[in-house]
Design a protein around this ligand. Structure first.
Ligand SMILES: [Zn+2]
Ligand SMILES: [Zn+2]
Length: 114
């Protein structure tokens, strides 16, 4: 029953419009700095260095902000591994990189179960 749905879930509801109004004033839409999509659910990411970024999706945020593994060139979306200031997606890539101390990197998990 439509009347039971919250306003934001109603097709054509005011909160689904492209220019939402909050407390009587028009709200700036968030334009994604990667793809240019102007989306009302866009979000802002602030880095420790003080930079501010606006994205419409985590995919676009990762495209712009996630580091790239030096060995396999994938985006590092998890914790990753940093060796001598160089970033890798996993310990395998760190060991395969040729960075001297990278050869010593091991996962912090326990022994493989027998
Ligand atoms: Zn985007
Ligand atoms: Zn890698």
């Amino acid at each position: 029953m439509l009347g039971a749905l919250p306003l934001s879930a109603r097709p054509g509801g005011r909160r689904l419009s492209r220019s939402p109004i909050t407390r009587g004033r028009r709200v700036e839409m968030g334009v994604c700095e990667v793809c240019g999509n102007d989306y009302w659910l866009s979000f802002e990411v602030r880095t420790v260095g003080g930079q501010s970024h606006v994205f419409d999706s985590f995919e676009c945020a990762a495209h712009r902000l996630a580091p790239v593994c030096e060995h396999c060139q994938c985006r590092v979306l998890g914790h990753g591994v940093e060796v001598e200031g160089r970033i890798f997606c996993c310990t395998h890539c760190a060991r395969s990189s040729g960075v001297p101390s990278g050869a010593e990197i091991r996962d912090t998990v326990g022994a493989h179960p027998a």
